[in-house]
Design a protein around this ligand. Sequence first.
Ligand SMILES: [Zn+2]
Length: 107
Amino acid sequence: MKQATEIKATAIFRVIGQPCWGVPSDDARRAHPYKVCWNEETGLWECECRDGQFAAGRGQSANCKHVRAVMTSVLANKAQAEKPAVAREARGSMRREIKMEGSVPMR
Ligand SMILES: [Zn+2]
């Protein structure tokens, strides 16, 4: 059987008040979305799924398809938000977000 395709970024939703996102599962047996969180303290991505828990157990950032889907979504939203020219002075307030991305293992 062919491996499931990557999750559509459009189906992802942001959890209000938390650095977390809900990612719909592509597993028909699971009704609830997976919760993917950015842990600012550890600088790691966390996911509820088996891969995510395995990574967390090893002190590593989760790199499952849920986390990748969130990263894709976040980057897409960021690109959208940055379309209007950002004043140099305004970049100070964006430092936190940039720091977060800097910690994400990119491929
Ligand atoms: Zn996951």
